[in-house]
Design a protein around this ligand. Structure first.
Ligand code: FAD
Length: 403
């Protein structure tokens, strides 16, 4: 029996245990994960680590000794098969059962996979965990032509790495622009142009109909009959929240485990944090599911406070970052559908910010190689500030002076 059992030893699960100990929680903690690795960071998997610029040990969220020193028991390589919140116990897939006072679901998400004909050929991958990257890295060294399905962050980061390694790279995307789900046309055009300048080919507004090959994939077939040579394919078409345990336990789920502003699920002794949870978000104006390191950490902090008897409703500005070539994009806030755009700096300089306002209120920002703007803009969004758009656009006026 444990005071707190955390299911999922990813970013949010690890942050949960760390947050509890940072707040002097003295109870027993068990952190359970189905992956074999100690908790590690996923962002480098499609960036420096994939490129070969980072050792595996540098991926770890904490070194091994931390967990012993802080009395966090680890059960790695141990999938949890069932959650019973009424009896307050979990069952491992090997049949062992463990009781808890609090259970925290931090089960993350599962990469979506295309079910087109040929999708089971070897050489077709998604990019979610360290095992995926080991396979991709090994194969990447042996191939010439690479296709990426989906021009979201992970697909584009992978494309940048593959291009940097000298591969012929083609990106296929069903939408009419890259990053369509997360940013404005201004940023989409800029990011696409950076990839084109590096020699990446794009098929936008194109769907995949099949993968062809004999054993290993050799080409990707598009709806209009175009055939793209590829001996390695990476699908970056998003994730689905991993809610199998929650659904099995009868918890309310709706594209994520439904939680309140303190990350409590429909069962009072079960919390859900990170990518798997759907919480009321003040910036979205309703239930929202976020997929970011910032959210994994901040939702864990709020959930830890709840276990310690404090209820601090979640109010953090959502943030994200992406590295592609020598571009660092940092984003804050949620864009929504209606917004006005202010461009700060010159796009040609590859150092600028796009600020999004609604009724003059700053609601979101995308910063390209502009970390100072990013730090200040988070505060403007948090405050609901309504600065003068002329000042926002003027790089001689530091954004922090408008906070
Ligand atoms: P995860 O990290 O997915 O962890 C969930 C864990 O639970 C997994 O290990 C899973 O196997 C385990 N699990 C699931 N079910 C069970 C079960 N039944 N029993 C035991 N264990 C289980 N975010 C950013 O902010 N910036 C970035 O640049 C960025 N880049 C990214 C690049 C890549 C390639 C990926 C994949 C993600 C990236 N993200 C980035 C997103 C970020 O990594 C996630 O938002 C974060 O990892 C979410 O943490 P989590 O703990 O909720 O989920």
């Amino acid at each position: 029996h444990y005071d707190v059992v955390i299911i999922g030893a990813g970013h949010a699960g690890a942050a949960m245990a760390i947050s509890l100990r940072q707040r002097d929680f003295a109870g027993s903690i068990l952190l359970v994960g189905d992956e074999l690795s100690l908790p590690y960071e996923r962002p480098p998997l499609s960036k420096d680590y994939l490129l070969g610029n980072l050792e595996t040990a540098k991926l770890l969220i904490r070194p091994e000794a931390y967990w012993h020193e802080n009395s966090v028991d680890l059960e790695l390589g141990s999938p949890v098969a069932a959650l019973n919140h009424k009896d307050s116990e979990i069952t491992f897939s090997d049949g062992r059962r463990i009781g808890f006072n609090w259970c925290v679901l931090a089960t993350g998400g599962r990469a979506r996979y295309l079910n087109s004909p040929g999708a089971n050929l070897t050489g077709i991958h998604c990019l979610r965990n360290i095992d995926d990257v080991e396979r991709i890295r090994t194969e990447l060294a042996l191939v010439e032509d690479v296709a990426v399905v989906g021009a979201g962050f992970i697909g584009l980061e992978f494309a940048a790495v593959a291009r940097t390694l000298g591969k012929n790279v083609t990106v296929i995307e069903a939408q009419e622009r890259v990053l369509a789900r997360v940013t404005s046309p201004t940023i989409s055009e800029f990011i696409e142009s950076q990839h084109r300048d590096e020699g990446v080919q794009f098929y936008l507004k194109h769907g995949v109909t099949a993968f062809e090959g004999d054993g290993n994939v050799s080409s990707v077939l598009l709806e209009d009959g175009t055939k793209i040579p590829a001996q390695l394919v990476v699908c970056g078409i998003g994730i689905d929240a991993e809610t199998t345990l929650a659904e099995g336990a009868g918890l309310e789920c709706d594209h994520g485990v439904v939680v309140d502003e303190s990350f409590r699920s429909s069962a009072p002794n079960v919390l859900a944090i990170g990518d798997c949870s759907r919480h009321p978000n003040i910036f979205a104006g309703g239930p929202w599911r976020l997929e970011s390191v910032q959210h994994a950490q901040d939702s864990a902090a709020v959930a830890a406070e709840l276990i310690l008897g404090e209820s601090i409703p979640y109010s953090q500005v959502p943030t994200f970052w992406s590295d592609q070539y020598n571009i660092r994009l940092q984003s804050a806030g949620l864009l929504g559908v209606e917004y006005d755009t202010v461009i700060r700096g010159r796009i040609e300089d590859k150092k600028f910010s796009v600020i999004y306002t609604r009724d003059n209120r700053v609601v979101a920002i995308d910063c390209v190689n502009s970390p100072r703007d990013f730090m200040a803009a988070r505060k403007l969004i948090q405050q609901g500030a309504q600065p003068d758009p002329i000042q926002l656009a003027d790089i001689a006026v530091p954004l922090r002076s408008l906070v």
